[in-house]
Ligand binder design. Structure first.
Ligand SMILES: [Zn+2]
Length: 131
């Protein structure tokens, strides 16, 4: 099925994706660099010395969750660029229906229509609950 996006709409979304990719890359870079940050290392050492493991674990977990979220979003953005190249951008991955411009404008890296996205998320929640 052909995407219903006009060339102008596609251009708008590409600009949004490029901006988002720049922000995500900068955030990830900053977070990765912060691991060599002496202040952060000193804080970690102090937590180890005071045996305050709960706080240290919490900090580490938050850090990793944030990096994982950014990395996952960046991957979605990269997939959107790939789909722009192969011409499938703007159509649903699962049912191939055109994704409305309003949905893409709110989330330019959306790869599914709303109905299929909800099904995919329900499946993921179910899958992770059974682990
Ligand atoms: Zn769909």
């Amino acid at each position: 099925m052909t995407a219903t996006l006009t060339a102008a709409e596609r251009g708008t979304l590409r600009t949004q994706l490029e901006a988002r990719r720049g922000v995500l890359r900068a955030e990830l870079q900053a977070k990765l660099n912060s691991h060599d940050n002496p202040a952060l290392l000193a804080l970690r050492n102090r937590m180890e010395e005071t045996d305050d493991w709960a706080v240290a674990d919490l900090e580490t977990a938050l850090d990793i969750a944030e990096v994982a979220r950014d990395a996952a979003e960046l991957r979605e953005v990269e997939v959107a660029f790939t789909r722009m190249h192969d011409g499938s951008y703007g159509t649903c991955l699962d049912c191939t229906a055109p994704i409305p411009f309003a949905r893409l404008e709110a989330n330019p890296s959306a790869s599914r229509c709303i109905a299929c996205q909800e099904k995919a998320e329900a499946g993921r929640r179910h899958g992770s609950a059974s682990l």
